[in-house]
Ligand binder design. Structure first.
Ligand SMILES: Cc1cc2nc3c(=O)[nH]c(=O)nc-3n(C[C@H](O)[C@H](O)[C@H](O)COP(=O)(O)OP(=O)(O)OC[C@H]3O[C@@H](n4cnc5c(N)ncnc54)[C@H](O)[C@@H]3O)c2cc1C
Ligand code: SF4
Length: 462
């Protein structure tokens, strides 16, 4: 698309823009569209390049600066993915909505922070419908339900027998047989769809501004170091460097929206500690970077052994098609608030032979001691590296163990032997696994509900 270009591809007239958005992921694109719908000229600045069709996730995450984790080692990944479109280019297209209990979680969870949202699910329903329509989510807005995978059908039947309320996952993937429908090229996870069947910001042309009264320009290959402000309640612009040339560039702007993911948005704020934005208490409060929360999640795998079964073959097609929400909120779950259990196939088809892998997942308790901070150590571009401190609460460990046990009940009921629970890696600050990259962190820029971490529209943790 013509409006998505490398920052060095030509000069821009900065005075043209009403608003600068940092980050081109799902939060950034929805913010950009919202302003452009109101007639504003929007400039989106993105660090990473355009990821090619078929590209894999690690190539758009591993090359970027790591952060210090809990053990003091430089082993923690603070990015979802660096590219135009952000993590959504590589996601699994699972598009659950949040539920009422997620927005009023203080009824269930403990925290030393404010965790309830000042909005209700009904306030969000119109926005959810708009996004589902843009992404063509299966089972919504007249789009057909996605067919279950072969192993999904087996799982569905077993969940039903156990009274676990199986359902089809809402998937932002065009169904096989539709124009540009899924061709089951792989097991889908961590891959840019080569044919655009999986909805992403690029495959659904969400930056396309024709029909919007304003305009959107996206420039990539540029890192925003900090927000500039010379006086109280006034933004001057952003200080950036061009990764290609290492040139430093100041872009004037009176409105800056940080959509750089929860960790990186807070990092921009922390690097901008001298800014005099309209909420000086935001900085004095010391809240920025605190209350980091990801998702409690884990995987259990059952193996079928040598006996011939429906799980002998490879798996190709969506990462997951079936879920159970029986324990989303349930009296048996520690605290009463649980989460989802669903099929979670491994990224390459053959890895899935002779096994079934289940994922269990729920939102976490935010605690102020879980946080990101700047360190004195500089990365190759002279940017202070981040330190991520993180420990799970006992409530969260009890909740995830409960969901793991229920998932393993399911695998046993399907005749699986040799059930293996992958070590929980949701103490993200201790690892650099993809689980950390999927962090849907809620970095606490709670004062004034800044855009510091939440996506424009909350989605249930995946
Ligand atoms: C493999 C994988 C599978 C997933 N599956 C699902 C799923 O099925 N369903 C689901 O709901 N979620 C899924 N997720 C999570 C989802 O992708 C993220 O929650 C989502 O992308 C977060 O959106 P965001 O806009 O907040 O941030 P991001 O997507 O991280 O976008 C932020 C962008 O900002 C850029 N950026 C950061 N700092 C700067 C800076 N200083 N200057 C310039 N640019 C900057 C980054 O390069 C990035 O492109 C998955 C994630 C991964 C990695
Ligand atoms: S499995 Fe289907 S949706 Fe996923 S990447 Fe391949 S073609 Fe696209």
């Amino acid at each position: 698309m013509e409006n998505i270009q490398h920052i060095s591809s030509g000069p821009l007239t900065w005075s043209k823009y009403d608003v600068v958005i940092v980050g081109s992921g799902p939060s950034g694109v929805m913010a950009a569209r919202t302003f452009a719908e109101k007639g504003q000229a929007v400039l989106v600045l993105e660090l990473g390049p355009v990821a090619s069709p078929g590209a894999i996730h690690r190539d758009h995450q591993a090359p970027y600066s790591m952060a210090y984790g809990a053990r003091g080692k430089l082993d923690t990944d603070p990015w979802t993915a660096c590219c135009v479109g952000g993590g959504m280019q590589f996601y699994d297209a699972i598009t659950f909505r949040y539920r009422a209990e997620d927005l009023t979680a203080s009824r269930f969870l403990a925290s030393d922070m404010e965790i309830d949202w000042p909005i209700s699910i009904s306030d969000l329903s119109e926005a959810y419908s708009e996004v589902e329509s843009l992404l063509r989510v299966s089972g919504t807005s007249g789009h057909p339900e996605f067919q279950l995978s072969g192993r999904g059908r087996q799982l569905f039947a077993s969940l039903e027998e156990l009274g676990m309320q199986p359902k089809r996952i809402p998937l932002a993937i065009d169904a096989p047989g539709e124009a540009s429908g899924c061709i089951s090229c792989s097991a889908c996870d961590e891959r840019v769809c080569p044919i655009g069947a999986k909805a992403s910001i690029l495959s659904r042309s969400l930056f396309y501004d024709e029909g919007l009264s304003g305009s959107i320009d996206v420039r990539y290959g540029i890192f925003v170091s900090r927000v500039l402000s010379s006086r109280e309640a006034h933004i001057d612009g952003v200080e950036c460097f061009i990764t290609f040339t290492a040139d430093i560039l100041n872009i004037p702007a009176s409105k800056v929206i940080l959509c750089a993911n929860a960790i990186q948005s807070a990092a921009v704020f922390l690097r901008s500690s001298s800014i005099h934005i309209g909420q000086p208490t935001l900085f004095r409060s010391g809240l920025i970077g605190k209350g980091l929360s990801f998702k409690i999640s884990g995987y259990s795998t059952g193996y079928v052994g040598d006996i011939p079964s429906d799980f002998d073959g490879p798996h190709a097609g969506p990462h997951a098609t079936v879920f159970s929400d029986k324990f989303y909120s349930h009296a048996d779950v520690p605290t009463g608030l649980g989460g989802m259990i669903y099929e979670a196939n491994l990224p390459t088809p053959n890895e899935n032979r002779k096994l079934l892998r289940l994922h269990y997942i729920a939102g976490e308790e935010p605690w102020s001691h879980n946080q990101i901070e700047l360190t004195d150590s500089l990365d190759a571009n002279g940017v202070p590296r981040l330190k991520i401190s993180y420990t799970n609460s006992q409530n969260d460990l009890d909740r995830i163990n409960f969901l793991a046990e229920r998932s393993e009940d399911v695998l046993r009921s399907m005749g699986m032997i040799n059930i293996h629970r992958e070590p929980f890696q949701h103490g993200k600050a201790t690892c650099s696994s993809p689980c950390s990259s999927r962090a849907r962190s809620v970095v606490a820029v709670k004062a004034g509900r800044s855009s510091g971490g939440r996506s424009a529209i909350p989605a249930a943790p995946v």
